[in-house]
Design a protein around this ligand. Structure first.
Ligand SMILES: [Zn+2]
Length: 216
């Protein structure tokens, strides 16, 4: 993937943060128990039910997926055979598909509503749908581990933080990197130099499609 200007990354990030703040509402910020109640949150934004079903039932529709959302019935189906952290992450991921319709470069809708696993991602690496899945995962991680809450725990070990937030340790490791980038982006906004000269090679998301939509 090519270079992204910090302005593009910052715009995308602000857009995504705003969506998450809208979702969390008063729940964002300090919390004694920082674990987001993702099922209640889903229902507060219109999901009728979250159902835990067999891997076979999910894979019939979406091979290798952890979950999918039926956008007509507003039901999220989650694999019952994965750990609680993966279940929570999958629900958060599906909320991205509820809120955002991803589009191809030609403007047609990308009809995706599953949370694909790593096997699928490897087989489909580089496709628009795979990039969409990465963005949905990024959204899910930010929703379950909001920056405002994370910073109150960051001196604890990954294991402790993962436990209180109800996510896998890998997710906390990624959040540490992402939050560092977020702070660098904020700092870069304050520099008196032309912002387009600041390029962050660590940010992996493709933001162009979002910005096109935002600016249109
Ligand atoms: Zn997905």
């Amino acid at each position: 993937m090519g270079k992204r200007s910090s302005r593009a990354v910052f715009s995308f990030f602000s857009f995504l943060k705003q969506s998450i703040n809208d979702l969390l509402g008063d729940e964002n910020g300090y919390a004694e128990n920082p674990k987001i109640d993702i099922e209640s949150l889903s229902k507060s934004v219109g999901i009728k039910d979250v159902q835990y079903v067999s891997k076979e039932k999910i894979w019939e529709k979406y091979p290798y997926a952890h979950a999918y959302i039926d956008l007509d019935a507003l039901i999220i189906y989650v694999r019952e055979d994965v750990n609680p952290e993966k279940k929570r992450f999958a629900i958060a991921h599906e909320l991205f598909h509820l809120k955002f319709l991803l589009t191809n470069n030609d403007g047609t809708a990308l009809k995706i509503a599953a949370r694909r696993g790593n096997t699928w991602k490897k087989e489909n690496a580089g496709s628009e749908e795979a990039e969409g899945e990465d963005i949905a995962d990024f959204f899910a991680a930010n929703l379950l581990v909001p920056t405002e809450r994370f910073v109150q725990w960051e001196d604890k070990t990954d294991e402790e933080i993962a436990h209180v937030f109800g996510v896998e340790q890998e997710c906390i490791k990624n959040r540490r990197d992402e939050i560092e980038n977020e702070i660098r982006l904020l700092a870069s906004k304050m520099k008196p130099c032309p912002i387009d000269q600041f390029v962050d090679p660590a940010v992996k998301l493709d933001v162009e499609a979002y910005l096109k939509e935002l600016n249109s």
